[in-house]
Write a protein that binds this ligand. Structure first.
Ligand code: 4VN
Length: 324
């Protein structure tokens, strides 16, 4: 039997930091409003780097940490809703940039659950025995699709990328998985509607901007996602007490407070970094994972149990429990 194992983690964010006060200079908002309702204090916003540029740095860092050549990579999956282009995919651009000539590469679209869905997909490639080594990245430049005249959404998001190297192992590391979608509630979080513009169609305008019914998404997270996380722990071989950390999508600090209580775990087991980065959609979980390793909370020695949970647009939600 062959299993998949997360062997390295890395992240990268653009240099430019935009504080809540910076936002208050260009729109009717305040540091007090943003920080008290979301926990967000600042975010990194790209000046000139694209989603594939951020993802390329992450891929290069993963290779350097693992002391691998790019040709040793079998596949690259980039979870993103803000690709440089739909064709070529962001992953194909990363493949070219790092020279991973043997790899197949594609993007996966599942919004804020993207990284968890991509990691679950990649785990199957490796545990099938077909492939031995892959890179899974969440990378986003949400700043390019925000409606900067809408203060209710534009203050919530930021740019960044994080990822993992996934390799074959003779021991089981992926302990439980739950992936879910409810397309019937998809309209509460939308963006990138293509429209109907052919001379042979009814005319429907494209809509590039991100729109969110905050209340509906917030309630979804508290109710459906918390319940699903609880069920995933219950069906896993371990108890909630045995989890070292729960790395949840970094959308809002109040969600984490409520989730910890609902799941029945110590609030200290839910690290947060949306203070520094805002909501980076598919990138939020791998950035958080990489920072936890940098800070020594997670040490990649195979002794810890962590839960990863993404939730958002689609609607989608997904949870993985892994030994790391
Ligand atoms: C998951 C969640 C959110 C989200 C939803 C609502 C929200 C984030 C609404 C109320 C507002 C403060 C901000 Cl829970 C977004 C995603 C998408 O990644 C996923 N913030 N808020 C207020 O007035 O208090």
């Amino acid at each position: 039997m062959v299993f998949a194992k997360i062997s390295q983690v890395a992240h990268y964010v653009p240099d430019q930091v935009v504080s809540n006060d910076d936002l208050a200079e260009i729109m009717d908002t305040s540091d007090e409003w943003i920080s008290s309702r979301t926990g967000i204090l600042r975010r990194h916003i790209s000046r000139d780097e694209t989603t594939s540029d951020l993802a390329t740095v992450v891929a290069q860092r993963l290779l350097a940490k693992a002391n691998l050549d790019a040709e040793e990579i079998d596949f690259i999956v980039v979870a993103t809703i803000t690709p440089d282009s739909l064709m070529p995919s962001t992953a194909a651009r990363v493949q070219a940039n790092i020279g991973a000539s043997r790899a197949f590469a594609f993007d996966l679209t599942a919004a804020c659950s993207g990284f968890v869905f991509a990691l679950a997909t990649a785990e199957k490639y490796i545990s099938s025995g077909m492939y031995r080594r892959g890179i899974v990245i969440g990378s986003e430049t949400l700043s390019k699709v925000l409606d900067w005249s809408d203060r209710s959404t534009s203050v919530l998001f930021g740019d960044g990328a994080g990822g993992v190297l996934l390799e074959a192992s003779d021991q089981k590391h992926f302990l439980a998985e739950s992936l879910n979608s409810d397309g019937s509630r998809g309209e509460c979080l939308t963006y990138g509607k293509t429209g109907l513009i052919s001379p042979f169609s009814i005319q429907e305008e494209p809509d590039v901007f991100l729109k969110m019914d905050g209340r509906a998404v917030f309630d979804f997270a508290i109710r459906d996602v918390a319940k699903s996380i609880k069920q995933t722990i219950e069906k896993s071989p371990i108890s909630a007490d045995e989890l070292d950390y729960l790395l949840l999508h970094q959308a809002n600090i109040r969600i984490l407070d409520k989730m910890a209580r609902k799941i029945g775990v110590d609030r200290d087991k839910l690290p947060a970094n949306m203070m520094k980065y805002g909501n980076t959609s598919a990138a939020s979980i791998p950035i958080l994972l990489s920072e936890c390793v940098e800070e020594g909370l997670i040490n990649l020695d195979g002794s810890q149990k962590i839960l990863l949970s993404g939730f958002g647009g689609g609607l989608t939600w997904g949870t993985l429990i892994v030994t790391i």
